[in-house]
Unconditional design. Structure first.
Length: 309
């Protein structure tokens, strides 16, 4: 009997110049067929997170010859793995059509459930604008192409892979110019990539500032960041977001799953005052001290992911 040999898959960190992970490149730069090993990709992404966190710690530490050598070693390992470009390639593979698509499908579905699409279409008929969406950490420029009739998407990323994606650090965006300027902000698999817990909190604070009252924040995290963290639980995250001035509108995850999704709504000023118990208190004044330092919430073998103010 003739045995058909299976073609060996290319490693995820070594795409060829003309193709990406064994698939033909689309006009967006993404692979039409992402066949990379998901476990290998996940291992490398986790290693990237560890190295970036270690680099941030070393950069904040006092200067010494030992720290300089350690920082050089960390940078060397990051470079040997392909740098940020390799991380982006692996993440884009995870968003391939053959893997169920990206998290934008969850976000769009929720907006339709809330009849946001209908409201925007009516608004357009009166000559008003589409919904303005800031997509942070965009790997391809057309995640929301199916909604272009009612969503005006502005994709940004630290390292742009496409001319239509602005190369911009979200944490460096002007908070005065962008205050109350957006209808929605998407932070999908972004917060978990930020090395420092306080910067993760700052990212959520900035999102709140940039949204107008009643605006939407879409948050997506790997499920273990919340379900198996020593410092973060679902209840703790909900309290943290409420302290920032957000109300939880939707939540989706399942036991044994890989991802968790949330849709938060920025509270109107009157709602913020009522929830804080003071007519002078604004968003984020609801006991922020609870979230400015690490507190062990669960014992056992768990990860150290946390978000701090």
């Amino acid at each position: 009997m003739k045995i058909k040999l299976r073609k060996r898959k290319a490693p995820v960190t070594v795409p060829s110049p003309s193709t990406s992970f064994g698939g033909k490149l689309s006009s967006t730069g993404a692979s039409a067929s992402s066949s990379a090993n998901p476990r290998a990709s996940a291992r490398l992404i986790r290693r990237f997170h560890v190295l970036l966190k270690r680099r941030a710690q070393l950069e904040k530490a006092a200067e010494s010859a030992e720290n300089a050598r350690a920082l050089k070693a960390v940078d060397g390992e990051i470079a040997s793995m392909g740098g940020l470009a390799a991380y982006q390639r692996m993440s884009s593979v995870g968003q391939g059509a053959d893997r169920g698509g990206g998290s934008e499908k969850v976000f769009i579905g929720w907006l339709k459930e809330l009849r946001v699409q209908e409201e925007i279409v009516k608004r357009k008929e009166k000559g008003k604008n589409k919904m303005r969406l800031l997509e942070v950490g965009a790997l391809v420029p057309d995640n929301y192409a199916s909604c272009s009739a009612w969503v005006d998407t502005h994709p940004i990323d630290l390292r742009s892979r496409h001319p239509r994606i602005e190369e911009q650090d979200f944490l460096q965006m002007d908070q005065t110019t962008n205050a109350n300027a957006w209808d929605a902000v998407s932070l999908s698999l972004v917060v978990n990539f930020v090395p420092e817990p306080h910067d993760r909190g700052r990212m959520l604070r900035y999102a709140h500032n940039m949204l107008h009252d009643g605006g939407f924040l879409f948050l997506a995290l790997p499920l273990p960041c919340v379900s198996n963290s020593r410092y973060l639980t679902f209840e703790h995250l909900a309290g943290l977001m409420h302290a920032l001035g957000f109300d939880k509108t939707r939540e989706r995850w399942k036991e044994g799953g890989k991802m968790a999704y949330w849709l938060f709504t920025k509270r109107m000023p009157a709602q913020c005052e009522k929830s804080s118990g003071s007519g002078n208190a604004g968003p984020g004044d609801a006991d922020p001290a609870r979230f400015d330092k690490k507190v062990v919430l669960r014992e056992g073998k768990r990860n150290n992911f946390c978000i701090l103010f």
